[in-house]
Write a protein that binds this ligand. Structure first.
Ligand code: HSE
Length: 300
């Protein structure tokens, strides 16, 4: 039996929702999985020259995780991965790998694990829940870790908003971008973020995009990560000046995400121009929201 899985790219945080919010994109990696003796991995597309093709491969580790969680012996697997999510750019490539492997392994086993069980496994493997929740459920997800359990709630996203992602041709390791964060923050900064993440969700829910103007501000991670991406402030200013409601780091960066109520093209052009002036290659693209999350089907 072979199964096919498609799994979306994701942006975590959305500004103030550090480690809590995620948004899934209509940009998908694909995985074809069958059982085998030993592990083999074929890779096309993003990261093909760099990613391991052994049992260390993150998709293969995800498959094994599904077997281990259900107590089924894992003897190996044959994987064919088609990668479209750029690696190490803050677009959830490692979440897509864990979730792709877990969902494929689960499908091959006859789907014994629920989405919530897959979420807890994926969040533990990834180290934070926001990208994996969006990759599993699609759309905008709010996730919360409580002990070993992760609770996630998917929310609708207003179709009137446009999302523009600036993807620089530089990479960033999430571990480095987390290591740069302080161990504690001032109480005032925590309050600042609580107000904004609540306003962000309320504005989306109530259909009040104008209120989003202040809702994307953050004091928990972006000010610290500016050291890694010194051009970020100018991109944000340019995106806002070109009409964006907000412009934030996508996950741990280096990609930047702008949300726009009208035409996204002037915002994309403004963001690209700043990056070019900073001497960094990269391109902006408009992305649609994926509303279904990872999907699996048996293909024979
Ligand atoms: N919430 C995580 C972080 C997302 O910002 O470190 C990483 O993609």
């Amino acid at each position: 039996m072979r199964v096919h899985v498609s799994v979306p790219a994701t942006s975590a945080n959305l500004g103030p929702g550090f480690d809590a919010l995620g948004l899934a994109w209509a940009l998908h990696n694909e995985v074809v999985l069958s059982e085998a003796e030993g592990v083999s991995v074929a890779i096309e597309g993003e990261g093909a020259a760099r990613l391991p093709r052994t049992a260390d491969n993150m998709v293969a580790r995800g498959v094994k995780l599904a077997y281990d969680a259900t107590g089924r012996p894992f003897k190996g697997c044959a994987l064919a991965c088609t990668n479209r999510v750029p690696s190490a750019r803050g677009l959830g490539s490692s979440a897509a790998a864990w979730v792709g492997g877990l969902v494929a392994g689960n499908a091959l086993l006859g789907a014994p694990l629920t989405k919530d069980a897959l979420l807890s496994l994926a969040a533990r493997a990834e180290g934070h829940p926001d990208n994996v929740a969006a990759a599993i459920f699609g759309g905008l997800t709010v996730s919360c870790v409580s002990g070993a359990t992760v609770t996630a709630v998917p929310l609708p996203v207003p179709a009137s908003l446009r999302w523009v992602v600036l993807i620089p041709e530089v990479t960033n390791a999430t571990a480095d971008a987390r290591a740069i964060l302080p161990t504690s923050v001032p109480h005032a900064d925590a309050v600042f973020n609580v107000q904004r993440v609540a306003l962000l969700l309320a504005s989306l829910w109530a259909g009040r995009p104008a209120a989003l103007g202040v809702a994307f501000e953050d004091r928990l991670h972006e000010p610290y990560r500016l050291r890694l991406f010194p051009w970020m402030s100018d991109v944000v200013k340019a995106a806002r000046a070109a009409g964006a409601l907000g412009c934030v780091l996508s996950g741990a960066g280096p990609s930047l995400l702008a949300v726009v109520a009208g035409d996204g093209a002037p915002v994309a052009a403004a963001m690209e121009a700043v990056l070019r002036r900073a001497g960094i290659a990269g391109a902006a693209r408009a992305l649609d929201v994926d509303t279904s999350g990872a999907r699996s089907r048996v293909i024979g």
